[in-house]
Design a protein around this ligand. Structure first.
Ligand code: ADE
Ligand code: ZN
Length: 332
């Protein structure tokens, strides 16, 4: 099983680039940019990564992002993630970034996007890895601030395929961002949103009905509504599930309690992703390995999950077919 997981080419659809900041790079950039971080060494950092819910993680994640200042910092961050893609056989990736986390500190939108873009161009040239960029609005901030961010993104419209919604979910429902998502759609962006990670399934209904999204990030709370499950199945709405994240943030008590096998057996369009791998103990292969070691997943389930990732991506139908053929070849 582990051999199959490693061998299969994969797409990743739910990865926050700021969440791939490894402690070693955090220390190097903190020193270079003379930013104070509240850790004395790498072990101290690892000890701090002991979360009890989404917010306890976000507090540490935003503090970590403070070390990212220059275009080269964003290049290095993205490049290190690309090297993990090479290791894990990720051949297509759709990465999130949080512009407001950086613009609020005086780092220009252009600095962030240019650094990320440069690394992704090198990834294509050196390894043939294809990619898209999705910018997320921080839902703990106002819709007005999201509108300002959308304005800042317009000059880079060709580099950004879609918009998403992340950060503190509880108390910040999708309805809060209805108007800005409508505007983003008019501007031609694809739409995704985190929904039903910690908050109940009503957030998933809102994301579908009010934001008109084409992918749900997480969505694991959908299991609490039979009607919603049927709808997600009928529409084959993709769910970008992140097992390690769900365990580290205590959405489920342990891997054996994770509902991914039930979602898959029901017939939902499920994909596996790493969310914030530097914080959640592993990249995409480790997510696959953890669920396959703890749940009765078959080899066919693994192949389905991987094929779903390509089918649910934002690439052309032609490229999808090429990648699906590569999966078949790897299966043998
Ligand atoms: N930002 C980074 N990771 C996130 C997650 N899992 N949920 C919401 N916002 C996030
Ligand atoms: Zn996420």
């Amino acid at each position: 099983m582990i051999d199959l997981i490693k061998r299969l080419p994969k797409a990743e659809l739910h990865l926050h680039i700021e969440g791939s900041l490894e402690p070693e790079l955090m220390f190097r950039l903190a020193k270079k940019n003379q930013i104070e971080i509240p850790y004395k060494d790498i072990e101290d950092v690892r000890n701090a990564y002991n979360f009890t819910n989404l917010q306890t993680f976000l507090d540490i994640y935003y503090a970590g992002a403070d070390v990212l200042i220059t275009q080269d910092d964003f290049y290095d961050l993205t490049w290190e993630y690309i090297l993990k893609c090479v290791e894990d056989n990720v051949i297509h990736t759709e990465i999130f970034f949080d512009p407001q986390t950086h613009t609020a500190r005086g780092v220009a939108f252009e600095t962030v996007i240019t650094g990320i873009k440069r690394a992704l161009a090198d990834a294509k040239a050196q390894y043939g890895i294809t990619s898209c960029i999705i910018m997320c609005f921080l839902r703990h901030l106002s819709q007005e601030e999201a509108f300002e961010t959308l304005e800042q993104a317009l000059p880079f419209k060709d580099d950004i395929i879609g918009v998403g919604l992340d950060s503190s979910e509880l108390g910040n429902p999708p309805s809060k961002f209805k108007d800005v998502f409508k505007k983003a759609k008019e501007e031609g962006f694809k739409l995704v949103a985190h929904a039903g990670e910690e908050a109940d399934f009503s957030y998933i209904y809102e994301a579908l009905d009010l934001l008109d999204i084409s992918r749900i990030d997480h969505g694991v709370q959908s299991i609490k509504s039979d009607e919603l499950m049927q709808r997600l199945k009928d529409e084959q709405m993709p769910l970008t599930v992140c097992p390690n994240s769900n365990i580290e943030l205590r959405v489920f008590d342990n891997y054996k309690a994770h509902n991914i096998k039930e979602l898959l057996d029901y017939g939902l369009n499920i994909t596996i992703n790493s969310d914030d791998p530097a914080y959640f103990k592993g990249y995409i292969n480790q997510n696959f390995i953890n669920i396959s070691e703890n749940l009765p997943l078959t080899e066919d389930d693994i192949i389905t999950l991987v094929k779903n990732s390509f089918r649910s991506s934002f690439i052309s139908d032609e490229l999808k077919q090429q990648y699906l053929d590569r999966v078949d070849q790897a299966v043998g």
